[in-house]
Write a protein that binds this ligand. Structure first.
Ligand code: M6R
Length: 622
């Protein structure tokens, strides 16, 4: 994880970098730091524990006059070494000639550190990053030019890295390198920006270059070329300038909402409307997806559809799998990309599969590495369902569907999940159309699909009831979310949302599994949140399960589109769901309820809603 931001230009680089870091804070927020070359050509480093705002305060209080035209900055999510000022980035070498910020993990850092220590280098942090500054220093000491020392140092690293380096030896140059962790360069007429995420560039950045794996860059406004990209052997490589106009503008204001998460939950009627716009021909009951047109012929031939993702995106995939199989008769498999390796790669199936990699950020290391593996080993057709336009995943797949949820700032995925569900439904119907498979009960489905934004608006009007329920659960320490069939992935998602932002223990399971173990932990201390859809298969069994829980003094919250009277009177809370005729759309009206329940519980507990402890928005480190 971690965020890198750098700047060179006529303006003071310090506020520019601080501004950029604020926007990247979703990537990590335990400590922050920056390095600059000041007007007297000296390397200055400032670091603090805590948020970027604390770094800004430190800069303001201690070094108001700090000014220079070139700087690198970092917001950290600790991997190696505890959260401390010493472990914050930038990390410098012994002679303070090399400052490094890094995102990723250096797998061979212990071995490198040992060798460097034997050569007399003094390490002060516990980070893996510090080896990079000492390695560059070591190659400089051996007499290499800065460029060669930089190349050689990065060439010695095993693992994932995006780095930005600054040195008073090359005071007008930013040095960059990338392997497996994202890094983008943003250009204006007079400035160069660098960021882990191109969304953090200011509006006047019109052109963007994305570094690819194994690419290094030398950036300088004094150099006629401004941007030079080369490989680890120093050979120049061509690059593509992407027009930022094609990328989405970021609205990073919370507006009337106290938290981004709440704002993003309430954006869902709009984002669902956007996810549908121009993609559905309601009169002919057809889905039209421009993003998949180029691969139509290939899609006709693929016998299997694969869905690969992790976290919330995996829960969306589980819904997609049930829909593809149950409503369209497609053969759909899903895999957790966090747990995917050569050992579960089934080449026979993959060669005959179209695989969707589902990711909000498009930067998730687990999902990117699964894609890499599948690309290397199989003939699969690789597609994306991605929210962030121009992200690494979006650039590496052959075609795909953008989820169009807009920028999501809160670490908890909310609107992006609902729009992933939508993109999956549309994508699978589209493939079904190409393969001559008709959607079961398609009239009902398309009628309600069109009404979905309005239905979600109505769901959100129930917020006071959900808030009141959350208020009564504040003392509860353990939650069990249960659901059957299509409600099962929703139960998983409800549990994930709750634990992520409230820090309460919560886990999701299938209601059908109750007697296979979970029943043993039913007690008045633990609360069951059951999600039940009126049209789910085996509905009677689900209702019996609730009886079984209350008979054992279990406390139950039921979330359902059935009337409350269908459940035993002993249930403690009931949250009604809008009833839809099409079962397959129920997940989209259920997710906002689960999100609000988690949100209000976390608010009552006084949690840090948008930046929950230990987490970051995109997981760029495995
Ligand atoms: O960006 P991605 O969708 O690939 O992220 C995957 C997970 O890290 C993410 O969904 C995570 O589980 C969420 N923060 C949960 O709210």
């Amino acid at each position: 994880m971690c965020g890198i931001f750098a700047y060179t230009g006529r303006k003071n680089a310090v506020p520019k970098v601080l501004e950029g870091l604020e926007k990247l804070e979703y990537r990590g927020y335990d400590s922050a730091g920056l390095a600059l070359i000041d007007r007297k050509n000296r390397l200055k480093v400032i670091k603090t524990v805590g948020y970027v705002s604390q770094l800004s305060e430190e800069v303001f209080n201690r070094s108001r006059t700090l000014s220079g035209s070139i700087a690198i900055g970092h917001t950290r999510w600790a991997t190696h070494g505890k959260v401390s000022k010493i472990n914050a980035h930038p990390q410098v070498d012994c002679s303070k000639r090399v400052a490094v910020v890094h995102n990723g993990v250096i797998e061979n850092f212990e071995e490198l550190k040992k060798n460097l220590k034997n050569k007399g280098h003094r390490f002060i942090s516990q980070t893996d990053t510090e080896v990079i500054s000492h390695l560059i220093e070591e190659f400089l000491n051996e007499g290499y030019s800065f460029k060669t020392a930089f190349q050689k140092a990065l060439g010695s690293l095993v693992g994932a890295w995006a780095v930005a380096v600054l040195s008073p030896l090359t005071p007008e140059t930013l040095w960059l390198g990338r392997f497996s962790s994202p890094l983008a360069i943003g250009l204006t007429k007079e400035e160069i920006y660098v960021s882990s995420d191109s969304q953090a560039f200011p509006y006047n950045v019109k052109k963007v270059v994305f570094l690819e794996d194994g690419q290094l860059a030398r950036l300088s406004l004094q150099n006629r070329k401004r941007v030079e990209i080369f490989n680890l052997k120093g050979k120049p490589v061509n690059y593509q300038l992407i027009n930022k106009g094609l990328m989405e503008k970021v609205n990073l204001a919370k507006g009337e909402f106290p938290h981004f998460m709440l704002k993003e939950i309430f954006e869902q009627p709009l984002t669902v409307e956007r996810g549908l716009r121009g993609r559905v021909d309601y009169s002919n009951k057809k889905v039209v997806l421009g993003g998949l047109r180029s691969v139509e012929e290939k899609l006709k031939e693929k016998e299997f559809i694969g869905l690969m993702a992790c976290g919330t995106s995996l829960n969306a995939a589980l819904v997609g799998r049930l829909f593809g199989v149950g409503a369209l008769g497609l053969s759909v498999w899903s895999e957790n990309s966090s747990d995917y390796s050569q050992l579960n790669l089934d080449k026979k199936i993959l060669d005959r599969s179209a695989v969707f990699y589902i990711s909000q950020s498009g930067e998730t290391a687990d999902t990117l590495s699964s894609l890499k593996l599948v690309q290397k080993e199989t003939q699969a057709l690789n597609l994306g369902i991605v929210n962030v336009v121009g992200s690494s995943l979006a650039r590496r797949v052959e075609a795909g569907i953008y989820t169009r949820a807009g920028v999501e700032v809160g670490v908890a995925a909310t609107k992006s999940f609902t729009n992933q569900l939508l993109a999956l439904l549309l994508g699978l119907i589209y493939i079904g159309q190409l393969q001559g498979k008709q959607l079961v009960n398609q009239d009902k489905f398309f009628r309600e699909l069109q009404l979905l934004p309005a239905i979600i608006s109505k769901v959100l009007q129930e917020k006071e009831k959900i808030k009141a329920t959350a208020g009564k659960l504040v003392e509860v320490k353990n939650f069990m979310f249960l659901g059957r069939h299509l409600a099962y992935p929703l139960a998983l998602e409800g549990a994930l949302k709750l634990k992520e932002i409230s820090y309460r223990f919560s886990y999701g399971d299938s209601l059908g599994s109750l007697k296979h173990g979970p029943l043993a932990v039913i007690s008045p201390e633990n609360v069951v949140v059951a999600v039940i859809f009126s049209q789910e298969p085996e509905l009677k069994k689900s209702i019996s399960n609730i009886h079984e829980i209350v008979a054992r003094q279990g406390r139950v919250v039921v979330i359902s589109d059935l009337p409350m009277g269908e459940f035993p009177p002993a249930i403690e809370h009931f949250l009604p769901l809008s009833h839809l005729e099409s079962l397959w759309l129920m997940p989209l009206v259920t997710s906002p309820v689960l999100q609000l329940l988690a949100y209000y519980l976390a608010v009552f507990l006084g949690r840090e809603i948008d930046k929950p402890r230990y987490l970051a928005k995109s997981v760029t480190v495995i």
